[in-house]
Write a protein that binds this ligand. Sequence first.
Ligand SMILES: Cc1ncc(C[n+]2csc(CCOP(=O)(O)OP(=O)(O)O)c2C)c(N)n1
Ligand SMILES: [Mg+2]
Length: 798
Amino acid sequence: MPDRQSRLELLSALARKVLWLSSWTIHHANHIRPNADGLKVGGHQASSASLVTIMSALYFSVLKPEDRVAVKPHASPVFHAIQYLFGHQTREKLENFRGFKGAQSYPSRTKDIDDVDFSTGSVGLGVAQTLFSSLVQDYVTAHGWMKDRPEGRMISLVGDAEMDEGNIFEALLEGWKHGLRNTWWVVDYNRQSLDAVVREGLWEKFESMFRNFGWDVVIVKYGRLMQAAFAEPGGEALKRWIDACPNQMYAALCFQGGAAFRKHLRDEIGDQGDVSRLIEARSDDELLELMSNLGGHDMASMIEAFEAIDHDRPVCFIAYTIKGVGLPFQGHKDNHAGLMTPTQMEKWRAAQNIRPGHEWDKFEGLPQDTAELEAFLAQAPFNREGRRNLGADVIDVPAHLAFTPAAQMSTQQGFGLLLNELARGDTELASRIVTASPDVTVSTNLGAWVNRRGLFARAEKADLFRSEKIPSTFNWDFSPKGQHIELGIAEMNLFILMSALGLSHSINGERLLPIATLYDPFIQRGLDALNYACYQDARFMVAATPSGITLSPEGGAHQSIATPLIGIAQDGLAAFEPAFVDELAVIMGWGFAHMQRESSEEGDDLSGMRNGGSVYLRLSTRTVDQPQRMMTPDLQKGITDGAYWLRKPGPNTEVVVAYSGAVGPEAIEAIGLLGESRRDVGLLAITSADRLHAGWTAARKIRRSNRGSQHISHIERLLAPLPRDCGIVTVIDGHPATLGWLGSVRGHRLEALGVEHFGQTGTIDDLYRHHGLDTNTIIDAAEGLTAGAPVRHRKMAV
Ligand SMILES: Cc1ncc(C[n+]2csc(CCOP(=O)(O)OP(=O)(O)O)c2C)c(N)n1
Ligand SMILES: [Mg+2]
């Protein structure tokens, strides 16, 4: 092992190399890559440079294999450069940075090859992901599943402006409630965002806020050179000047260089003997080096700060940095998307003794011996075990989820019943389910499950109502074995928790099957986090209920219109809207298997659709008559493929009603009444507009790329027997576009009923009539699409 001094020298040399490689990667993509054609693909040299020392300290020395890191998105080139030095990233991918299948603009678990722990991109989310991943690690530990694996630290490299994102504060509060441990956030305090320079004294706000939430705060402001200068005669005055210098001025002087610093120091401190001597003893270059030696750019200071942590309390490091440090645009307020010119790059290359044509050589231009650098990298604790992506066995899922049917039920009730049945049993499946809800556990019907399986906390806590013998339907005991994670009302936290739980197989090597419940409209409140979770390929199930205008007495503010379209459009999420509980039982069983299947975006089963992913159940509180029927394999397949004929159309069908979800009773009734006046009518039960649509587009893609292919999708097969002039009426308690596309599948005329405006309260009947989802509107629409005599029967007003 090298001694401390030579270790620091090696680390600093590697950091210089990381700065070079990350900048060269960006430069190559913009100026050298063939076909660049002057088209700038961008990259963030300034944001990257800011973190070079900190990340080099972490990856080359401080991190252990079990630690997990979320890297500030725009420091992606630094991450890739470090992985390149470790041998986990290829030159080819770096040369193709930001290109098709090249190294990603922002680190991506699913698209990058270099062992990304957490994807980032939408600022704020990766930060919270580390916090929730730490809670999930606690969950896995408490359930006795960590085995011999040491606990890792969950580390986030955070931009200072990234801290503006509200979801970070929401997460902080939740972390405090759950006794957060093993989490480090390192704030890259370069005092610049994309547009602006941050407010003076922001660090004080950060500091008091973190301390308030029980975090330790470590401020790393001055590097070693600065500390030495402060110890010289006059040093105190220099320190005072630095501390008082406004952020914008400091940044501007860093951009202008040593002479500008000298002028300002002279003008502002005046001739004061000691401090003047201190300044004058340094050349312009030396003065700039001193003034740029903030803590975040000083290897010794960063290593010392990290290594001093000998506890598992959460820590926030505020590391002072200069955006773009070491590059010609350092400190400039416009540098966020700044790129170096070829001339600047050429000058910098020569200054570093990098020979033309050797830009990608790992150790080119470094004074150290190559073998020594190689040995150092091989021994870096983080790299010792190679890649760290884990896996876990698939948990068996029974073909049928059991429940005791009632004649009338809502899908939300059914959801509660199905989970209650699982909770009563002792299957492996049940033991791996973890539920969470943002303060709507009871109102989404999770109560029975929680009564049986308990709430999770690292320490036991009895339900006081129970111990005081106050009657209550619920037993709210907390214990390390509990399987429900109680959350506050922040839907962003819910989905980031899903993201963390749903990656447990990969992060902890232990599979969890997370289920989130929330009110359907509030999906939109957590949508970016939901999207983020899907982007990372986390696996979870969302039960969203109540939904639509069907939740009528709940009020207009809670109605959801757009969520079925989100269900269709959200990648990585299979959306279902069943009408009946037997359908839901099939979908949930399928869902637990779907959550565990490997998948690729190209589509990986015969239908061309993705084989695995997360699941969204749009449920309802409306009590409806349940069908009494046998669940045949055909029916089961129809339900999971997205649709089946509830009333099969004959060869002369004039009109078909296709419905999804809670409006089932209206569709059924309309078909009954229509049947009196129209020769032949069909009723299509749609359980998943999303799966139908995905299958349809996938099939066309297969046929286009493989001429002669006979592959047809489920919806094409279902609609194939319909005569050309048959009309289709679709109806859903959601945006009509959800099903409106069905007319294009085989060129049928179609009228799409649904909801386009919200806010009206009333009974379900009132609202269905108001929005045109009621039986008579369905009949009117069908009549309009068919020839022949007027429909004789209508529903009588009650
Ligand atoms: C949710 C979201 N909004 C906006 C952006 C665009 N964006 C990328 S970086 C950035 C500024 C980041 O500033 P800071 O966090 O201080 O990082 P620095 O560039 O200084 O390292 C913005 C607004 C984004 N990536 N995500
Ligand atoms: Mg910043």
